[in-house]
Design a protein around this ligand. Structure first.
Ligand code: ATP
Length: 313
């Protein structure tokens, strides 16, 4: 039986601004999301039985119905019962390369890969937009993971406007191994600490959105200096004081010759942007020397222009 092997890239947030409370309980956001080459590998196969099974090489990831990849398959099974009856259940094999609880959308991109893979495996013929509508039912970052590249994400993060592809910037990621940060915790704490300062009307939100204009204009002009000077993440205001090790990564990167540094999403990954692979390797080596902790992991990667895609055979 044919297997479908998909590359599921991670993302970093070049910009994350929290505007205020939405009636559905989520936050209204303005984000600029960027795909990177660091990716999980997701392999799908049909099963002779009608169940869904997840296997994962990372023991920290639940291989059960709470796994986002399982939930994506379950959604497709419920949406397309005739195809499920015809093709049978689904085997999902996850090779995790993206660290967990890292603010890199690791679970979201696996779910995106499952949606894309089932569309191919069952010959559903869904468009990217239709797949993204299903993705939005599962999680705010999942629609972006399907299309990838560089995008403006608004509303809960699920409304996407593609932005011009950025030049090939290189990225050094740093993360303490046993330091996952819960995304719901970060947003809840932000609301507790700053909720009384949120603007309360859509008109006031629109005024706040102007702040993102500098980043969008910098991207439109491919102006790297301006892009790095507009890196922004509101969640740093709650995560850095609570997690000194994340603050330390941020501070240490700042001492080096890099273009810019920022925490990604809700952390705990901190990234640094540099212009070349050689500079990225040098920054990684300098960080290792400055912080010789065996529990501190680094990845050297770069911007990529695609979301989930089939692995070349
Ligand atoms: P985001 O950047 O979208 O907020 P994250 O990168 O911070 O997400 P994930 O790596 O997606 O966080 O993991 C968050 C939680 O989701 C973890 O507690 C993990 O156990 C659970 N999880 C469920 N499915 C997966 C999956 N396929 N891969 C990784 N984690 C998963």
């Amino acid at each position: 039986m044919r297997s479908y092997c998909l590359i599921a890239p991670a993302k970093i947030n070049l910009y994350l601004q929290i505007l205020g409370n939405r009636p559905d309980g989520f936050h209204e956001l303005v984000m600029v999301l960027q795909s990177i080459d660091l990716a999980d590998v997701v392999t799908l196969r049909s099963r002779s039985t009608d169940d869904i099974r997840v296997a994962c090489d990372d023991p920290n990831v639940p291989a059960d119905p709470t796994n986002l990849a399982y939930r994506a398959a379950d959604l497709m099974v419920r949406q397309f019962p005739d195809y499920h009856a015809r093709f049978g259940g689904i085997d999902i094999d996850l090779q995790k390369r993206i660290p967990v609880g890292a603010g890199l959308a690791g679970g979201s991109t696996d779910a995106a890969a499952v949606l894309v893979g089932i569309n191919l495996m069952w010959h559903l013929g869904l468009t990217q937009g239709e797949l993204q509508d299903f993705a939005a039912m599962l999680g705010s970052d999942i629609p972006f993971c399907i299309s990838g590249g560089t995008a403006l994400a608004t509303c809960r993060g699920e409304k996407l406007d593609p932005l011009p592809d950025l030049t090939d910037l290189h990225v050094v990621l740093a993360k303490y191994r046993d330091l996952p940060i819960s995304t719901p915790w970060a947003y809840k704490t932000y609301r507790q600490n700053f909720g009384d300062t949120y603007p309360t009307t859509p008109a006031a939100w629109d005024a706040c959105k102007q702040k993102a204009g500098g980043m969008l204009s910098a991207i439109a002009h491919h102006d790297t200096q301006q892009i790095v000077s507009h890196l922004h993440n509101d969640l740093e205001r709650v995560v850095l004081p609570e997690y000194p090790k994340v603050q330390q990564l941020r501070d240490e990167f700042q001492t080096l010759e890099i273009l810019g540094t920022m925490m990604s999403g809700s952390g705990s990954t901190v990234f640094a942007l540099v212009e070349s692979l050689a500079q990225a390797e040098q920054v990684k080596a300098q960080m290792r020397r400055a912080l010789p902790d065996p529990d501190l992991d680094f990845w050297v990667t770069k911007f990529c222009q695609s979301g989930v895609r089939l692995a070349s055979r």
